[in-house]
Unconditional design. Structure first.
Length: 145
């Protein structure tokens, strides 16, 4: 069995670009940056940024184009794909993530992520969970186990 699965959380480095395919389906392209902190050989912490090209198709492309802007956080779930073509006699390559699921993070100046819209292909049940959580803080000493 083979697996081609990508999970990324990062910030958009540019606004999404919406285009229509000859079939009429919409496609949107954008890129995100992910950051990583590691300790170098000299013992100092160092930051490294990686940039990822993202492609979204169909209805999700319309939603992404409407709500996402440069700087916004986004969670991407998808697969890696490498395309190739000829340009001026030279072979060109582009590796990108084809998003199957896109979840928006908080925008600039927003706290938390609870109210962020989603661009999932599947509809979700938005009914309340039915659990009445207490409004006051829970004291750990009150828990019977």
């Amino acid at each position: 069995m083979y697996l081609n699965k990508v999970l990324l959380y990062g910030n958009l480095t540019r606004d999404p670009e919406l285009k229509a395919l000859p079939s009429g389906m919409n496609v949107v392209n954008f890129s995100i940056a992910t950051n990583r902190t590691y300790t170098g050989k000299d013992g100092k912490k160092q930051d490294q940024a990686d940039y990822h090209n993202i492609v979204v198709f169909g209805r999700q492309a319309d939603i992404v184009n409407q709500y996402l802007k440069k700087g916004r956080g986004v969670f991407i779930e998808g697969r890696i794909q490498t395309r190739s073509w000829e340009k001026d006699g030279q072979k060109q390559y582009r590796t990108e993530v084809v998003a199957e699921r896109v979840q928006f993070g908080p925008g600039r100046g927003e706290g938390g992520g609870g109210g962020a819209p989603r661009a999932d292909a599947q509809e979700e049940d938005t009914a309340p969970s039915g659990i009445d959580y207490p409004k006051e803080d829970i004291n750990p000493d009150d828990i019977p186990f």
